[in-house]
Design a binder for this molecule. Structure first.
Ligand SMILES: Nc1nc2c(c(=O)[nH]1)N[C@H]1C(S)=C(S)[C@@H](COP(=O)(O)OP(=O)(O)OC[C@H]3O[C@@H](n4cnc5c(=O)[nH]c(N)nc54)[C@H](O)[C@@H]3O)O[C@H]1N2
Ligand SMILES: Nc1nc2c(c(=O)[nH]1)N[C@H]1C(S)=C(S)[C@@H](COP(=O)(O)OP(=O)(O)OC[C@H]3O[C@@H](n4cnc5c(=O)[nH]c(N)nc54)[C@H](O)[C@@H]3O)O[C@H]1N2
Ligand code: SF4
Ligand SMILES: [Mo]
Length: 728
């Protein structure tokens, strides 16, 4: 029997694609992009197009496992033979050797043991000795954050501050606009000037590209601002390589020009912004000549960029999270978010700014997460920042962490200061549970490994952060082996812990309905049944009185939420001056300070080169890195560097190098190909156990938090490089 199921890709990606899965006799035989999804348009990225290989991989975790008493924590068996070296890994890499460290147990045994250990830790030391750790494995509304939150809240565990990705930028954007809304992808067709700012469109947001292509066919110009020459930069009309972490200076200098030359929209500024006078005063300190020293972009180019951006209309900014992975990333995003406010492009179809659209999906999160389950009488729970996992595992006291429960995340690969994370994970007195699809870097440190479903194997509700379509993702196949979805795992654990609150027995459909029961008008008329019937439904912007969106026939009118102000800030205006920023001890307008770990920063004397510890175009953070068919598409274990820096160190293309700083060292192969400027080197995220010495790029990155939002600073790292012949 053959059938086709509509699902939605739950990976941490703005595109949130509609997916069609063909099922024959209970087995998935084909995956394709849903042609009916207006943004997916029938195609998938290269990695998810190969998803059958992932679902049916021989390397899946299929059963609960317990570490063998004789096997110490850490990569073991064949893994420690230094699997990958510089070759794509398949012949050397046998992830299931990791499985040799474990013995298969039943779900009953696993649940009993986990419940027993957690209960004992909670009773003897206190529930705050337990830390859940999850992030972007699935962005499904249910499996991402519902039953798990209920469980840990009811338990009184320490709370994880989930800010490893985007919170600095979000805080920066929200400080100006009050909400995360962005230019809808199809409006890009109407743009005539497109600035792609710290955004790797071909790698991380590929479904925006067709709209940009269409705009360019009609004459739009594409400008890319990125320290790394991405594929998008390579095909831009104008590529501006910027020094990492200096975007705040560029944005302030652009506003210097726009305001100084009277290119701003006086009417929009007058009616819908707050603090224009203070901003005008502030930007006087940022003439292009000044910004040029930091950014590495010539003053004349900054002037030209500012003038073109303000006058070639509509102009739009696709800013992404690359800007905010540095010390001053929140402030930089704040400054960039001011640009469309002063030129008034938020009222134009094809104008505005797009960082994220996630603020539009105002699901009933409390219904999903149930913060009210926290036992009465407990003090507010301790908050542990996920970026600082190493520090937390090694130094927290009162109480120290005694149990770590990891799901939907691979902290032993993605967390900064990897050596410290690993030191903590190796603690023999730490009880670690990992719920996973694969034997990752993190399962190498687990006491108990539990098998997790892929999105083919469970149902969920899917929002997006790059468009405005909500979807139900249907279950396509039965779970493989004994895999369980996050929702089912925490439901079962709650029962084992004898949490008898009714919400632990809510069905998946009831949970979806609970999430949709929101007072937000944009969700009006969107029911579970309708989502199941239609696959994807655009948010109901017509129902909102404050958006200038009226449904005209069957064609939705363009969504221009800020055309007449309506910012969700305290003042209701775009806040170019912000009391909230002032209260945080930050400049209430905006300012630029070089990241401390940069060539202009306080730590400039430590190491000479700035490292971009970037994502890989064909992986998704550390996901997909172990999949042979995906590995074939990605060059791994490379250090990209400029010929000037390579030459000065006697390094030739293809040679082995040691990359190091005070936190650690890794061994990579030099590639001297012009993707970075002098003074900058770049390497990509991968599994540690697929890299020489079993260490990945995060041995070099810092736990330092950003200025806003307590986010990570993966792109503010100083290192040095030397050629080497010996490596571990
Ligand atoms: N293929 C693929 N897709 C992904 C991911 C992946 O790993 N692989 N990850 C997903 C996730 S979790 C996220 S958060 C999104 C993120 O997607 P993006 O926001 O696009 O994130 P990044 O790749 O971190 O950064 C984007 C670009 O910013 C550049 N950049 C770095 N520092 C600076 C700087 O200081 N200034 C400027 N102007 N540019 C800078 C980088 O070189 C990069 O090309 O993508 C998602 N999609
Ligand atoms: N050097 C460097 N480090 C980075 C970044 C960078 O750009 N450079 N990017 C950072 C960013 S932006 C982010 S968002 C983080 C991402 O950090 P993570 O969210 O940890 O991302 P992934 O590496 O994709 O790991 C997700 C894991 O969840 C598993 N998984 C998938 N679905 C499910 C599920 O339904 N249930 C369970 N239990 N598990 C599941 C996958 O198999 C995978 O191993 O990494 C950060 N780390
Ligand atoms: S990872 Fe992104 S582009 Fe690829 S299928 Fe999923 S949502 Fe679409
Ligand atoms: Mo992310």
């Amino acid at each position: 029997m053959k059938s086709v199921v509509h699902a939605a890709c739950p990976h941490d990606c703005p595109d949130a694609c509609g997916v069609l899965i063909t099922i024959e006799d209970g087995r998935a035989t084909r995956i394709q992009g849903d042609p009916a999804h207006p943004v997916t348009r029938g195609f998938l990225c290269a990695k998810v197009a190969k998803y059958l290989d992932r679902v049916y991989s021989p390397d899946r975790v299929l059963y609960p496992m317990r570490r063998k008493a004789t096997i110490p924590k850490g990569p073991s068996g064949a893994d420690s033979r230094n699997p990958a070296r510089f070759a794509p890994a398949r012949e050397n890499f046998a992830p299931n050797c990791a499985a040799d460290a474990f013995t298969r147990i039943s779900w009953d045994e696993a649940l009993d043991e986990v419940a027993h250990r957690l209960r004992r830790i909670a009773d003897d030391i206190g529930p705050e000795a337990i830390l859940p750790y999850s992030y972007g494995g699935t962005l499904g509304a249910l499996n991402g954050a519902s039953m798990d939150r209920r469980f840990f809240t009811r338990l009184g565990a320490s709370e994880l501050e989930r800010t490893i990705c985007s919170s600095a930028g979000e805080a920066g954007l929200e400080s100006v606009m009050g909400v995360k809304l962005g230019t809808e992808p199809d409006q890009f067709i109407h743009s005539r000037y497109i600035i792609v700012w710290a955004s790797n469109i071909h790698g991380n947001n590929v479904h925006l590209w067709p709209y940009i292509v269409e705009a360019r066919r009609k004459g739009a110009r594409l400008v890319v601002i990125d320290p790394y020459r991405t594929r998008t930069a390579a095909c831009a009309d104008w590529y501006l390589p910027i020094n990492p972490g200096t975007d705040g200076a560029l944005a302030l200098a652009m506003m210097h020009v726009i305001i100084g030359e009277g290119l701003y929209d006086a009417d929009y500024v007058e009616n819908y912004t707050l603090g224009f006078d203070e901003l005008s005063e502030k930007v006087k300190a940022y003439p292009p000549e000044h910004a040029a020293q930091w950014t590495g972009i010539a003053a004349e180019d900054i002037r030209k960029l500012a003038r073109e951006y303000a006058t070639v209309r509509p102009s739009v900014i696709r800013v992404n999270y690359g800007v905010q992975r540095s010390d001053g990333g929140g402030m930089a995003t704040r400054a960039i978010a001011m640009l469309p406010c002063i030129i008034g492009s938020l009222k134009e179809v094809g104008g505005g700014i797009h960082l994220s659209t996630s603020g539009a999906f105002d699901l009933n999160k409390d219904a999903l997460r149930r913060p009210d389950l926290r036992p009465q009488g407990l003090k507010p729970s301790r908050i542990v920042n996920m970026v600082e996992l190493g520090k937390a595992l090694n130094t927290l006291s009162d109480p120290p962490l005694k149990a770590l429960f990891v799901y939907s995340s691979n902290p032993a690969a993605v967390c900064p200061n990897h050596n410290e994370v690993v030191r903590g994970l190796k603690r023999t007195d730490l009880f670690t549970v990992v719920h996973e699809q694969f034997f990752t870097d993190t399962t190498d440190y687990a006491d108990i490994v539990l098998p997790a479903t892929t999105f083919f194997e469970h149902k969920d509700l899917q929002t997006a952060y790059g468009h405005y379509y909500l979807q139900v993702s249907d279950q396509a196949i039965e779970p493989l082996g004994e895999c369980r979805a996050n929702v089912e795992l925490f439901r079962a654990l709650a029962a084992r812990m004898r949490f008898d609150d009714e919400c632990f027995s809510e069905s998946v459909d009831e949970m979806i309905e609970g999430a949709l029961a929101s007072t937000n008008p944009w969700l009006q008329g969107i029911t579970r049944e309708r989502l199941e019937r239609e696959g994807q439904v655009r948010l109901n912007f017509a129902a909102s009185p404050d958006a200038s969106d009226g449904q005209t026939g069957s064609v939705p009118a363009p969504f221009l939420p800020f055309a007449q102000g309506n910012f969700r800030t305290p003042s209701g205006k775009a806040e170019l001056y912000s009391e909230a920023m002032k209260a945080l001890g930050l400049d209430p307008v905006a300012e630029f300070k070089p990241p401390s770990e940069s060539r202009h920063g306080a730590e400039k004397a430590t190491f000479p080169l700035e490292l971009l510890a970037r994502k890989a175009d064909n992986f998704l953070n550390s996901t997909f890195t172990n999949q042979p068919s995906v590995q074939q598409m990605e060059a791994v274990n490379l250090l990209e560097m400029h010929s000037a820096d390579a030459g000065a160190r006697g390094i030739a293309d293809g040679q082995m190098v040691r990359v190091f700083n005070h936190r650690g060292e890794i061994f990579l192969k030099a590639r001297v190909d012009g993707s970075v400027q002098p003074g900058v080197v770049s390497a990509r995220l991968n599994w540690a156990k697929l890299s020489a010495g079993l260490r990945n790029i995060n041995v070099l990155t810092s736990e330092k938090l950003s200025d806003l939002g307590n986010s990570a600073t993966f792109y503010s790292v100083l290192v040095d490089v030397e050629s080497t012949k010996s490596f571990p």
